[in-house]
Every structure is written in C-alpha cells, then in structure tokens.
Design a binder for this molecule. Structure first.
Ligand SMILES: [Zn+2]
Length: 489
C-alpha cells in the first residue's frame, strides 16, 4: 500500500490535470495502480485481521457451546495409552494416534523401549507431507492454547517437555473436565458411546447419550452382533422379551429406544454409511423376510440389503414416534454410496421424522444444503466438517446460510480425548467466525445478525432440536464441574 504515497492524490481528482499530457499520464498510471491494488487487495485481505473477525470470535468463544456429537470414553478407557519411561499413560503419540491425523498420514509405531526420544527420532519426520491438511492442523490449537507451543516449529527439547506435560495431565480426570467445560467452553455434549452402545452410560455430567442404532440395522441374528454390549438379543433376554419374528425384533428395537430415552438419550445415531450404501428402498415386508432368521453370510447380498432397508424405514418411523431426531452419517466414510442425495426419497416420505445430516455430507455440501432447502424436517450438522476441510467448511457455512434458515445448522467436535475436543471446537469457532466475518465485511450481513447466527449454530439450535437438554444446563457464574472422587458418591 506504500506505493500510493508517491502519487499526488490531487492529480486524480483535479479534472484540469487530465487535460495536460502529464495529467493523462498520471491518470493512466493511477488507473493501473488502482487496478493492481484492487486485485492484490482482494487476494491478500485476511479477514482474521479485521475488527469484525476479532469481535465475532470473542462472542463465539464466550458462548457456552452445545456439542451435538462426541466420543469421549470414561477416563480409564480413553484410547492411546502406552508404556513409557514414566509408566503407562497418555503421551504426545497417544494424542496423534487417537486423532483423525492417522486416517491418511503416517505415525511411527511406539517403540518397545518405551523411550520418547527413540520414537521422536523417526516421528519428527512423519508430519512432513501433512502440514497443510486439516486432519493435522485441527489439532494445533490444542498445542498452542493448552500447552503454549507451536507444533509446526517445535524444537526437540520443547517436544520432550510437551510429552511429559501430556502424561502428567492424564494422571487426573480433572484435566478432562477443565479442558472440555472451561477451555473449550462446552456446556453439554451428545455422546455416541461406541464402547457401550446399549448401556447408555456416558459417565460425564456434561454428556447426554445418543441411541446408536448402527448394529440394530443388521443385528437380527445373534451371530452378527458378537459384542454383548451391542446386542439387541442380550437386551431382549434381560427384559424377558422373545424374538421369534421380524415384528418381535422391531418391537425390541423400539424398546431399546425407549430405554435409551429413559436414560437421557436425545436422538438416534447411525454410522451405517461406513458399511453400506445410503440408498434405502421402501421394500415390502415379504421381500424383507427372505433374509430373516439367518446370519447375513447365509443370504444373498440383495436379500440382506432388502431386510436392512426395511428395518431402516421402520427405524425412521420410530424416530418420529419416540421423538428422537435421527443423526445420520453422510459423506466421507465409504465414498461410494454415501451421498446424502440418496436419502431424499426417505426424507420426503417421512416428514414427521427430524433428519440430521452429519458432516454436511462432505464432499457434497452443496447437495446437503439443497436437501435442507426443500425439506423443513432436515437439519445440517457441520460436525467434523472443519476437521476434514477447513476451507470447505467455511464455504459450506456461507452457502447454507444463503439457502436455508440459520436455525437448522448445528456443530459437533467428534473427538476422542480432551485435546481433540478442545482443538476441534476451537477450529470450528474460528471457521464459523471467518465465514460470518467475511459476510459482514462484504456487507452481506449485519454484524448483529452474524452474532445471533453464531450463537444459534453453536448453542441455541441444538437446545431447540433437543429440548430435554435444557433441563441439563448447568453453567452459572461460580459453578464448575469436577469428577466425583470414589468414596464421595
Ligand atoms: Zn463420530
């Protein structure tokens, strides 16, 4: 911008100048410079440098968030602990191992010696090709904000200290509470307890469970649900219910939902897109019955699909009956068959069911917006989307806000340990703040309206969709949550 200083501003505004040859030259030069600066300005303006971004970020940080989806196991079950020189526990490698980074990036195995220095000798190069990926970058706010280190440029001495501090923090469950409820400023989260799907034991006072129905879609034969904690057959046996027919099975499934609801569950959840296509046909019962009563491996794949399709349609009806909105994983699992457009007939035929399309349908974020535009019974959950691609998430927030009401967009962290939850939350707040601040800067949105939308997405929309969560709100000045120590229960 300094180049403008050399120009005489009067030359551009005084019409006399343009009549002289010198003036014409000045005018032409100024025009060229203005064009150049205009294009440079558009390319280099970083909204994060603006006052609007700063104040929107501050408002979002101060909003106690309602996180619609997480997987935080009970403290002792948090994954990633290894045998170290200090003993068995969580360390730096655990945080990377139990993160999305390892989906497509290398991470050196933990050495038998348990020595951090031996691991870091090779691990320090693991990140070389991942530096720009969101699956790497989303974790960085945890290191900068919770530990005061820049992982991108960390020295060998600093990384060793970081490792020791992580290990020390995970000696005390209080770390989880402090990070989740205070640093990440999460008031409540919906937990998907994959470690105990039908037990609904979420074990944290800031968590409410979801009823994960993934195994119920394919679990009609006991052989296909070997884990007793997932088994509708075990549940039926405990409750004294018999499963002699498909109708019996579906009644048990609905009893599980009702039981989950009595334990505080606020929604259904399925990740079936990791296993099969989201193309669920409305098949007649006779067609569905062809695979009934046998393990899936003993039926033709088309018959298995037909029975799963039939069950899923009934689950969608139960979702409306039980008033449990249905969180459905869309996009980025298996790429084939996970386009949310495959759900449109199901959505249209079940207007009383509240569908929540997870992950914004990445990479089909535009399609997801179009579905929500046409179907008022659809909510879009941006859970995990900034973690997959920060840029696409920012674009998605802006596009969705242009095609649908701001009251049907949600968010969730979708992480597995305290640092991951903090990092994904912070990444989402920044992404949303950027999306909103750009609209304010471009004069497409009033600042006050942007602030309201930010609060809706981070908090209010979830409380409206899951009204029973309002009874669980606990944040008040002076109130903090801490783990209950054994013996004080
Ligand atoms: Zn998840």
């Amino acid at each position: 911008m300094d180049s403008t200083v050399a120009l005489d501003p009067k030359a551009s505004t005084n019409p006399e100048c343009f009549r002289s040859r010198r003036g014409i030259r000045w005018g032409a030069a100024l025009g060229a410079v203005t064009l150049l600066l205009g294009s440079l300005g558009a390319a280099t303006l970083d909204v994060k440098e603006t006052a609007n971004y700063r104040s929107i970020t501050a408002a979002l940080d101060a909003t106690p968030a309602i996180d619609t989806h997480d997987h935080l196991p009970p403290f002792d079950l948090i994954q990633g602990r290894v045998e170290t020189e200090r003993g068995f526990g969580m360390n730096l490698r655990s945080l990377w191992q139990s993160s999305y980074y390892t989906w497509f990036n290398p991470l050196s195995p933990w050495p038998k010696s348990g020595r951090f220095d031996e691991w870091w000798t090779t691990a320090r190069n693991d990140f070389d090709n991942a530096r720009a990926t969101s699956f790497y970058r989303y974790q960085l706010p945890a290191f900068t904000d919770l530990y005061g280190v820049d992982f991108d440029t960390i020295s060998d001495a600093a990384v060793r200290r970081l490792d020791g501090r992580i290990f020390a923090n995970y000696r005390d469950p209080e770390w989880i509470y402090r990070v989740v409820t205070e640093r990440a400023n999460i008031e409540l989260m919906v937990m998907d307890p994959y470690w105990d799907r039908l037990g609904f034991g979420v074990q944290y006072p800031f968590a409410v469970p979801a009823v994960n129905v993934t195994t119920l879609i394919r679990g009609w034969h006991p052989a296909d649900v070997p884990n007793p904690k997932d088994s509708p057959h075990q549940f039926a046996a405990k409750e004294g219910l018999r499963i002699d027919s498909l109708d019996d099975y579906l009644q048990v499934v609905e009893r599980i939902m009702a039981f989950g609801k009595s334990r505080g569950a606020v929604c259904l959840k399925t990740t079936t897109a990791y296993e099969r296509t989201l193309d669920f046909e409305n098949v007649p019962k006779e067609r569905a019955l062809r695979a009934w009563g046998r393990p899936m491996a003993q039926s033709a794949p088309a018959d298995v699909k037909a029975l799963q399709d039939y069950i899923l349609w009934r689950l969608v009806e139960m979702s409306a009956r039980q008033d449990l909105p249905f969180q459905i994983h869309t996009g980025h699992a298996r790429i084939q068959g996970s386009n949310p457009m495959l759900l449109v007939d199901l959505i249209a035929a079940n207007p009383r069911t509240k569908f929540i399309l997870f992950h914004g349908g990445y990479p089909w974020v535009g399609e997801t917006g179009a579905i929500a535009t046409r179907h008022p019974n659809v909510w879009i959950d941006s859970v995990w989307l900034p973690t997959i691609s920060y840029t696409m998430a920012k674009r998605a927030y802006q596009e969705w806000l242009e095609v649908m009401g701001s009251n049907r967009i949600l968010w969730g962290a979708d992480a597995h340990h305290a640092e991951g939850i903090y990092a994904a939350t912070e990444f989402t707040r920044r992404c949303l703040a950027e999306a909103l601040a750009e609209k304010v800067e471009r004069k497409e949105l009033q600042k006050a309206h942007a602030l309201r939308i930010g609060r809706q997405i981070l908090r209010e929309n979830a409380l409206e969709l899951f009204p029973s969560m309002k009874d669980r709100l606990w944040k008040k000045p002076g109130v903090i949550l801490r783990p209950v120590v054994e013996g004080q229960r």
